[in-house]
Unconditional design. Structure first.
Lengths: 454, 432
């Protein structure tokens, strides 16, 4: 493969060219209600060439490796059409490496019938909760892939990977009232993440049933304590996206807004991207520009201290590449994305945080979130009222929103616990979704948080 | 290759169907006021669905020359596959007439796309020198062929053309973001795009406070597409209906919505991106009411969900290369009402016009509840658009809201595959 790519790159005539070739296989099993909905095995082969000429980028993707050279020429032609400036890429030592996953249990070693059996078992668990369960959706999917990456600086990286992911949804119903709940999982090294989830599924489905009799939260402003699962999504949505520097270099206003040293929160607030968590979706050794991923402090002691870079954004800002140029597959050029993003633990206990809240909300995990940079929003998967310092009755329909420049300042207590939930799903940006990422954090408390509800 | 796959599949199965897709896309991207990337994507792949001993097997590949592997994978999955409750269709008895291929799209050069993008960029920058502008343009054409062992052999070519512009204007810590796009199977006019973005930037320049509470709210067609459409499309999907997990599943023939509301699924509109001559299972695509005069009328089905529901497929079988077909929409057409947008706004003493929201899809959309941040919303006071609201959430139940419509605009506008008028809801909950 290395020779094939090297041959295709001869005489390319561009400032820079990189080539990706990716082979993959997927297995999927899905149940909808009591019935098997789909069972599939699919395979893929494809590649792409990205070229830079005079600061412009050209990109060509394809499914046939024949004519790799002509795709190099096409990408270079496209780049030449665009380039009117100067190509700038941060210098990095070209890496030659072979990356293999440290597999605990390989999904390829598990039979299709065994995968199907687990999907059936989780379906049964959901239905075991009685006649309030209207339906369930159980999805399982595994992918194994091999990605060859090479660039004209001399990098050649051969990466093998696996990914096991899925989601289990329970839908409870009481006449016209329909209440879903869901949990998801993912691992980059272990089929085991899909095994022994029965208790987790039972809790999730029971919560869907319980929510039927819960009140919808009144919209308004609350003191909110978020659990570690939601804390990670908060780190990702509320701040992480704003630290992606692909927009900065040529956006003077954003650059000014995000000047290093700007105070975002209290001394207790630290946000980091790049934790090396075994099995977590964002645990990558190299990004898709061949740059080693390095842990990056975004906020240290409440101050903005860093951001996430590609080679291009780094050099334009006079900073160091962080290994955050990622692509979901060969069909897309890499863009600046997060890896594993988290808030570091501080010193409060959950009891401390609860103790002086007379009327507030305790929110657990999320069904998803979205951000525009400044504003962010996400729904709580489950929520409870806090009354007189105690977690009280369940409420539902909780959707949190905020403004990053205000809300981080409003975090007045950060817990001493942290967990890395290996959830499924992933991140979407620029038409590329879902990209596996990880997120984590401790419990923390936000004052004056806007909640949309009834 | 496609015939070879079917021949091989025949040998090991009772029934088989092969889909072949081939296409090329040419997107061009401007970022931060500059031309940045020109892309080319060439896609080719096959999907095989078989029925063996009454069970379904499925595989797909983008590998060239992988017919044997494709058949082997399909056979492996058929052993554990779901019961086939339907038969593949034969050749349709009529020819479709809908137009989905515009040779002008194939003919337009990437250089011309760049020029069109540059014109939009220049126009916006001239009016809003502080704006950071991103523009995406794209053209694509593709061919799809579907054959099966019951004699079906249908194919068609389709084109797609899109132009989108988004801007960001930062003042202090305020980020004003606006986007607009047009998409069609023909070379649609994008000359109004810049003017629309500029006008929205002008109205949105000033931030105004708004009192939380219940008020009249207008959703633009874009606001409808991004906020209210998802619960509706989920609720009328036959596959969800089968599970009884949608509020309309047992309401066919009942009036649930305002009687001025009629919504159609329509695959027969020339050059709409929602149109295709045959669905992805080979059936002729038509036009069908989902809601007629407020009454729940029909749900959309593919072959599998229709058979399970004891019905006929509504020719809404849609699929990507890597997945089995499922019910999917063509164009969604909401019949217009009788009020001009101008009069609609004039009639509001204190209310809100919503064009963009964020995160509304993260709530309990199955039940119709949406709760999202108002990303671009304009306050209306005494019949005038007075400025942009901020840090505001909108929450409602879509199905209840559609039964509390005050007025609907007298014309519809395209937003992707949605053709809808502006709709004024009498009372929605706005939190701040």
């Amino acid at each position: 493969m290395r020779d094939l790519i090297a041959d295709a790159l001869k005489g390319h005539g561009a400032d820079y060219v990189e080539v990706r070739i990716e082979e993959s296989e997927h297995t999927g099993v899905a149940y909808r209600g009591r019935e098997l909905d789909s069972l599939s095995r699919t395979s893929g082969l494809g590649g792409s060439v990205r070229a830079a000429v005079n600061g412009g980028w050209g990109f060509a993707s394809f499914n046939s490796l024949e004519g790799l050279k002509s795709n190099v020429d096409l990408a270079v032609r496209q780049a030449r059409l665009v380039g009117r400036d100067k190509t700038q890429l941060a210098a990095v030592e070209p890496v030659v490496d072979k990356v293999c996953p440290e597999i605990v249990k390989d999904p390829r070693s598990v039979s299709l019938s065994q995968k199907k059996r687990l999907v059936e078992e989780y379906t049964d668990v959901v239905y075991s909760l009685g006649d309030k369960i209207q339906t369930s959706v159980v999805n399982y999917r595994d992918t194994s892939s091999r990605l060859y990456y090479a660039n004209t600086d001399g990098a050649f990286i051969d990466t093998q990977s696996i990914y096991v992911t899925g989601a289990i949804q329970a839908v409870a119903r009481n006449n016209g009232d329909i209440q879903p709940n869901a949990s998801s999982f993912s691992s980059t090294r272990d089929f085991g993440i899909f095994e022994n989830r029965h208790d987790d599924v039972r809790r999730m489905a029971q919560a869907a049933v319980d929510m039927l009799s819960a009140q919808h939260v009144e919209s308004g402003t609350y003191t909110v304590i978020v659990d570690p699962q939601l804390a990670g999504i908060f780190a990702h949505e509320a701040f992480g996206h704003l630290s992606e520097a692909d927009d900065y270099a040529e956006n003077p206003h954003l650059r000014e807004l995000m000047t290093l040293g700007r105070k975002f929160g209290g001394k207790h607030l630290n946000i980091i991207d790049g934790a090396d968590i075994p099995g977590s979706g964002g645990s990558i050794k190299y990004d898709q520009e061949g740059v080693p991923k390095t842990p990056t402090y975004l906020i240290r002691e409440g101050e903005l201290v860093g951001r996430l870079h590609s080679r291009e954004s780094a050099v334009k800002m006079g900073e160091t590449p962080t290994g955050n140029a990622r692509a979901i597959n060969y069909n897309h050029p890499p863009i600046v994305r997060m890896t594993n993003t988290y808030i570091t633990p501080a010193d409060a206990t959950l009891e401390d945080m609860l103790s002086d809240v007379e009327d507030g909300l305790y929110v657990v995990d999320s069904m998803g979130g979205e951000t525009s940079g400044e504003m962010f929003t996400f729904s709580a998967r489950e929520a409870f009222k806090i009354r007189n310092g105690k977690i009280a009755e369940r409420v539902r329909g909780v959707n949190l929103t905020g403004n990053v420049f205000v809300t981080l300042e409003n975090i007045d207590a950060i817990g001493n616990d942290i967990t890395w939930p290996k959830r499924g799903g992933g991140c979407g940006k620029g038409g590329q979704a879902p990209l596996p990422v990880g997120f984590a954090g401790p419990h923390f408390r936000i004052r004056n948080c806007v909640v949309g509800g009834k | 290759m496609i015939n070879e796959i079917l021949e091989k599949a025949k040998l090991i199965s009772d029934e088989a169907e092969v889909l072949g897709v081939e296409g090329e896309q040419f997107p061009v991207q401007f970022e931060n006021n500059k031309l940045k990337t020109a892309l080319s994507r060439s896609v080719k792949g096959y999907a095989l669905r078989i029925i063996k001993d009454g069970k379904i097997g499925f595989s797909s590949t983008t590998k060239p020359d992988a017919a044997n592997e494709l058949v082997e994978f399909a056979l492996e999955t058929a052993e554990f596959g779901q019961q086939a409750s339907f038969e593949f269709p034969g050749m349709p008895d009529k020819l479709p007439s809908v137009k989905v291929m515009d040779p002008n799209v194939a003919a337009i050069s990437v250089e011309r796309l760049v020029e069109i993008g540059q014109e939009i960029l220049d126009a916006i920058r001239c009016a809003e020198p502080d704006a950071q502008v991103a523009i995406g343009l794209g053209k694509s054409q593709g061919m799809q062929r579907l054959i099966n062992t019951r004699g079906l052999d249908v194919s068609y070519q389709a084109s797609d053309y899109s132009v989108g512009a988004s801007i960001e204007i930062i003042r202090g810590t305020d980020m004003l973001q606006i986007w607009e796009d047009v998409e069609s199977r023909s070379l649609v006019d994008s000359s109004k795009l810049a003017a629309s973005v500029i006008e929205k930037a002008r109205i949105g320049r000033e931030i105004v406070p708004i009192d939380a509470g219940t008020m009249p709210v207008i959703f633009t067609p874009k606001g409808f597409a991004g906020t209210l459409a998802l619960p509706i499309t989920l609720a009328f999907n036959g596959k969800e209906v089968l599970q009884g997990a949608t509020p309309v599943s047992d309401k066919v023939g009942q009036r649930m919505f305002d009687e001025r509301l009629s919504i159609y699924d329509d695959g027969t509109i020339d050059f709409s991106i929602g149109s295709q001559p045959y669905d992805d299972e080979g059936l002729l695509v038509g036009r069908m009411p989902l809601i007629e005069k407020g009454v729940v009328s029909n749900f959309i089905y593919d072959l599998d969900s229709a058979a399970k529901a004891g019905k006929q497929s509504t020719a809404n079988g849609k699929r990507g290369l890597g997945s089995l077909p499922g019910p999917g929409y063509n164009s969604i057409v909401i019949e217009p009402g009788d009020t001009s947008l101008e009069d609609m706004i004039k009639g509001i003493k204190y209310g809100l016009l919503i064009d963009q929201t964020m995160g509304s899809w993260t709530g309990n959309i199955r039940s119709g509840q949406i709760s999202g941040n108002v990303h671009y919303g304009i306050k209306i006071e005494n019949g005038e658009l007075v400025g942009r609201v901020k840090d505001v959430m909108i929450a409602c139940n879509v199905f209840e809201a559609l039964n509390n419509i005050q007025t609907m605009e007298n014309q519809s506008h395209w937003q992707g595959n949605l053709h809808a008028p502006h709709i004024l809801f009498s009372a929605l909950n706005v939190a701040s």
